[in-house]
Design a protein around this ligand. Structure first.
Ligand code: ATP
Ligand code: MG
Length: 416
């Protein structure tokens, strides 16, 4: 017996409707905001993520699934969706087309992490990217879109926002951070010592308790924003107020990617504990240029589908179950079964949801099975019925029965 790899999950046939529900909602909301779907490969050249996610991030330093292919190229399974979308946006020439370019994706993502509830090695994201607009209203639109989806899914979440400024204001902030953390260097975790040298902003993102304790008293980026970044943040807040989306300003949100600028945000649930962030994003005005395009502003977010589903379950959201068969046609013997098969084909051609026997069960056992399937009607064809060209149709909800001729079957079941 070969088992499933650690950190991965099957979605079984009886559960897939829950995934489809969330995906359908995501597509519907994306459509309302005029986003079109983009699909990019599951693997890319490793360098794309090194440059696009940032080589001081957790993702690139320790979480990527990277291997050499048979042509000796370094390949990486996508750990997130933004880098691929940006690569494609540049490579396809859409970057020279009509702006803004608004797109979404639903994709698997791969990260070598310690598996826990809501933290997998293969997980799935619904993500959104809007390229070309620098307006804070666009940041707000992305946030409102995420908020719309979360509410549609029946979830109660708290939105946290922050601004991490631009490279100019961040230089001053990094200096202040280094001054603050310097006396605490001995108490910081191993990773944070590297962060201190390479990218002090990352220190604020550490999940180790010891580091978190020190972080509480760290300087706030909001005190270091340049005039334009401060103005942009004010505009974002004004747009969110206008949209009626409530938020908490949390100056410690910095996000896991290196190329975020200005707005960053997270939607957090209190109910799944440590893995409470279901949706996160922000503005990344430096990324497109970083990946070889002309400088172009961009904003986006990604929501983890597994975490959404966990939260929905914990919240008690009832997801509508898939439709049940309209009719189960049971045949008593070989000839009757043949007729059932023929009728099923004709009815399905006309859009009627039909099931028949595949296990050569007795009529009694077929009835039991049809009931388990939740079929609305069970039609029985016995020897006499076959001779007369009719079937005995039982309405499973009220127990009544009537005879329906083979010729009338379509009209009978079509609108049931
Ligand atoms: P975390 O801080 O929880 O590790 P992150 O900052 O690494 O999250 P992002 O890269 O922003 O996460 O990804 C966006 C969303 O994808 C997250 O908010 C979360 O819902 C989901 N996600 C990220 N990593 C995983 C994972 N390993 N398993 C399941 N979902 C994940
Ligand atoms: Mg992470």
């Amino acid at each position: 017996m070969i088992n499933i790899p650690k950190g991965t999950k099957d979605v079984l046939p009886q559960d897939s409707y829950k995934w489809q529900y969330v995906e359908d909602m995501a597509r519907e909301v994306a459509g309302l905001f005029n986003l079109k779907e983009i699909r990019t490969p599951t693997f890319e050249h490793t360098e794309l993520f090194q440059r696009g996610v940032g080589d001081t991030t957790d993702i690139v330093t320790k979480e990527m699934y990277t291997f050499k292919d048979k042509g000796d190229r370094s390949i990486t399974l996508k750990p997130e969706g933004t880098a691929g979308a940006v690569r494609s946006f540049i490579e396809s020439g859409l970057i020279n087309g009509v702006l803004p370019a608004k797109m979404y994706y639903i994709t698997p993502a791969f990260r070598y992490e310690r598996p826990q509830a809501g933290r997998l090695r293969e997980f799935h994201q619904f993500g959104v990217e809007i390229f070309g607009s620098k307006s804070a209203q666009t940041d707000a639109e992305a946030i409102v879109m995420a908020d719309t989806l979360l509410k549609k899914l029946g979830l109660n979440v708290q939105l946290y926002i922050n601004s991490i400024g631009c490279p100019t204001c961040r230089a001053a902030f990094n200096k202040a951070l280094k001054e603050f953390f310097e006396p605490h260097l001995g108490e910081l975790c191993y990773d944070c010592k590297t962060r201190f040298e390479k990218n002090p902003l990352r220190l604020l993102d550490c999940k180790e308790d010891a580091c978190k304790k020190i972080n509480v008293a760290a300087p706030s980026i909001l005190d270091y924003l340049c005039e334009e970044c401060a103005e942009h943040f004010e505009q974002l807040k004004a747009c969110l107020d206008l949209a009626g989306v409530s938020y908490i300003i949390d100056p410690r949100i910095v996000r896991g990617l290196d190329y975020y600028t200005r707005s960053v945000f997270e939607f957090v649930s209190t109910s799944i504990g440590a893995q409470g962030t279901v949706c996160a994003g922000g503005r990344y005005d430096g990324l497109i240029q970083q990946l070889g395009g002309n400088p172009m502003p961009a904003v986006g977010f990604a929501a983890g589908i597994e975490r959404l589903l966990i939260m929905m379950e914990q919240t008690g959201v009832v997801i509508p179950e898939p439709a049940k068969p309209t009719v189960y046609i049971a045949g008593m013997d070989g000839e009757c079964r043949k007729k059932a098969f023929e009728l099923a084909i004709a009815l399905r051609k006309n859009g009627v949801f039909v099931e028949i026997d595949h296990m050569e069960r007795s009529v009694k056992a077929q009835f039991k099975y049809a009931d388990k399937l939740g079929a609305k009607y069970v039609a029985v064809i016995g020897g006499n019925e076959l001779a007369e060209g009719v079937m005995n149709v039982k309405n499973m909800s009220d127990g009544t029965s009537e005879q329906v001729s083979f010729d009338a079957a379509l009209t009978y079941f079509q609108n049931k």
